[in-house]
Ligand binder design. Structure first.
Ligand SMILES: C[S@@+](CC[C@H](N)C(=O)[O-])C[C@H]1O[C@@H](n2cnc3c(N)ncnc32)[C@H](O)[C@@H]1O
Length: 219
């Protein structure tokens, strides 16, 4: 596995599992992406009532998660019955994502959901420009964390910040996504983050720390 460290973090294997280790993490203590840890409400209909589900909409059947990261939103959309194409460009994050997918495929309960997911490595700018239309495109690019001494982000966010940094080129994804989406584009943002790009949002679903900006498809 890649022996390089990025900001002191390392991608490593422990007992067959890929993990991202923070500086000082012992083997086995690193971050893993494990979708079985997601506490999903029972059934697709209750998921569709949650903020992500409301943002994605009840009639979505196909989606592209253009900034898949660790795949938790990918998995949640798939659990709603949506076929999801997940795109991730960072090789370390992709390794965790593929591991999560493989574990889910090997789990009898999660398998039917995982089978709705395909994972691709690449830059969403190029892949969206060449993509077939889907009902919904989800964008969740990295945005700088708000500086607050008492608020330490959870380990997943710390890891992503360390190995991915900020996705400073994300604004252009919105127009590309709108060209591919038949129904809508959903942008997940930290509450304090400015909207992506420079377009009028159709509506916003606000959570405590997050919000979902929804854009209507162009056509
Ligand atoms: C905040 S994370 C996404 C978290 C994800 N929603 C989840 O549930 O785990 C953003 C991810 O998008 C990826 N990303 C950003 N811009 C991208 C692009 N243009 N193409 C592909 N991946 C991109 C980053 O590498 C990072 O892993």
């Amino acid at each position: 596995m890649d022996p390089d460290a990025r900001n002191g973090w390392q991608l490593a294997q422990h007992e067959g599992a890929v993990e991202l280790r923070a500086p000082g993490d012992a083997p086995g203590r690193g971050l893993r992406a494990d979708w079985s840890q997601l506490r999903l409400p029972d059934g697709a209909s209750s998921l569709r009532g949650q903020p992500l589900g409301r943002a994605v909409g009840s009639s979505a059947r196909t989606a592209i998660d253009a900034t898949a990261g660790l795949g938790f939103d990918t998995f949640a959309m798939a659990a709603m019955g949506v076929q999801v194409r997940a795109i991730e460009r960072n090789d370390w994050v992709l390794a965790l994502l593929r591991q999560a997918h493989a574990w889910a495929l090997a789990d009898a309960k999660l398998k039917p959901i995982a089978e709705r997911i395909t994972i691709e490595q690449g830059d969403a700018h190029a892949l969206l420009a060449a993509a077939q239309p889907v009902d919904v495109v989800l964008l969740d690019p990295m945005f700088p964390a708000k500086k607050k001494a008492d608020a330490k982000p959870p380990k997943a966010m710390q890891a992503l910040s360390a190995v991915v940094g900020d996705d400073g080129d994300a604004d252009a994804l919105l127009m590309l996504a709108l060209a591919v989406a038949r129904q809508r584009v959903v942008v997940k943002r930290a509450r304090h983050a400015p909207p992506l790009g420079n377009l009028q949002r159709a509506w916003t679903i606000e959570g405590k720390v997050l919000r979902f900006d929804v854009y209507r498809a162009l056509a």
